[in-house]
Design a binder for this molecule. Structure first.
Ligand code: NAD
Length: 363
């Protein structure tokens, strides 16, 4: 099993990254140091890790930096003697990519390229033969594989067929990561995961958006006929899977991660209506009346479904949280974190960033 001393996590103030840092420090066997590099876009909220930053001062460092700033990343690599990169940072919302693809190319492609270049530069002298004590793990998505009809699954060797600027930019970064392995022997692994849900997810994404709109009595917008299918995975299960790959995955390989949990959007929303009704004492029909069908997303992929036999058989990982329990935990989390939600909704956390980081960095 690989051991690391100093892990660079990019995008650690986002949804999955913050859950992963929490997992690494509170639940995993990792005993080393973490540097979280995040540029704090609208999706990055350092408040999600405020307690962690406090509790793990010795082992956790936050650096507000853009992965497109190659000089700064170079300096961080040097300063912390990084021996593992776990790369989450990305522009991640498909709808935003349709209306503004440039940022997606910038961060997801150029930013990933910069990180690979820095890893190659710092680790270059140790590449032949490939060392097991260095790793660049890239977090990717099942969306790179395109769209499925009623049947079939995405496998690790399914041909890439991205349809949105988001998935195209992720596909490009996957290709670069693979290229750096084959060309320069940078030790890499990649995971392609299905849709995540759970605590700390920005409320532009389906599940938190629906929960909050239900609580506020707002419309529940649903694209097209509502029958698009996604495979949902609890974020904690994703974090365990990533760590399993980082510790034991075969260098140069890709692993699919999924929930084996296909849900039509409309069924998911109806289920959430039942849960929120139970939690708030409202009648489910009152919430279901809020469902509003809206014109379909451009190029909307119909169905995603991930085959995870490889990570199950090679690394012994499988999802532990079933969908019903995962949704209950997620609903309970949003109901008990009103302050976090208010900050997001008011943009308050951005003001917090200005006070705590921008002011300091301009000194
Ligand atoms: N959310 C999902 O369901 C899902 C599923 C599969 C894969 N993924 C992938 O997992 C990763 C994390 O997704 P997420 O949902 O947590 O995203 P997110 O949008 O919640 O978080 C992204 C984080 O990256 C940071 N960031 C963005 N641009 C940056 C830059 N140029 N430099 C430094 N930091 C930057 C943001 O500030 C934010 O904290 C992404 O790579 C995404 O493609 C997500």
């Amino acid at each position: 099993m690989r051991q690391f001393n100093s892990i660079l996590i990019t995008g650690g103030c986002g949804f999955i990254g913050s859950n992963f840092i929490r997992y690494l420090l509170e639940e995993s066997d990792f005993t080393g140091h973490i540097v979280n590099v995040d540029s704090l876009t609208y999706a990055g909220n350092p408040e999600s890790l405020a307690d962690i930053a406090d509790q793990y001062r010795e082992r956790y460092q936050f650096e507000k930096a853009d992965i497109c700033d190659i000089k700064r990343i170079d300096q961080i690599f040097d300063q912390y003697q990084i021996d593992c990169v776990i790369h989450f940072a990305a522009e991640s919302h498909v709808d935003r990519s349709i209306f503004g693809p440039k940022d997606f190319v910038q961060t997801n492609v150029i930013g990933s390229f910069n990180l690979l270049e820095i890893a190659r530069k710092h680790w270059g002298v140790r590449l032949s033969p490939i060392k097991e004590d260095l790793l660049f793990h890239h977090i990717s998505t099942d969306e790179v594989f395109g769209s499925l009809d009623e049947t079939g699954y995405f496998y690790e060797d399914t041909v890439y067929d991205p349809r949105s600027p988001y998935s195209a930019s992720k596909a490009a970064s996957d290709h670069l990561v693979n290229a750096y392995f084959h060309t320069y022997s940078v030790p890499i692994t990649i995971s392609n995961c299905s849709n995540n849900y759970g605590p700390y997810q920005f409320p532009e994404k389906l599940i938190p958006l629906m929960i909050l709109n239900m609580l506020e009595g707002k419309p529940l917008p649903i694209y097209g006929d509502g029958k698009n299918v996604r495979d949902w995975l609890y974020v904690g299960d994703h974090c365990r899977g990533i760590w399993r790959i980082v510790r034991q995955g075969k260098i140069g390989e890709t692993y699919n991660i999924g929930g084996n949990n296909e849900q039509r959007n409309i069924d998911l929303i109806n289920r959430l209506c039942e849960k929120i009704a139970r939690a708030t004492g409202k009648h489910p029909d009152e919430l279901k009346k809020l469902i509003a069908y809206v014109p379909d997303r451009l190029g909307h992929d119909r169905r995603y479904a991930v085959n995870c036999d490889k990570i199950k058989s090679e690394l012994g990982w499988e999802p532990a949280v079933d969908f019903d329990r995962g949704l209950d935990m997620t609903v309970a989390w949003y109901l008990s974190h009103q302050e976090w939600i208010d900050q997001i909704r008011s943009g308050g956390y951005q003001k917090w960033i200005e006070t705590n980081y921008d002011a300091k960095s301009s000194n």
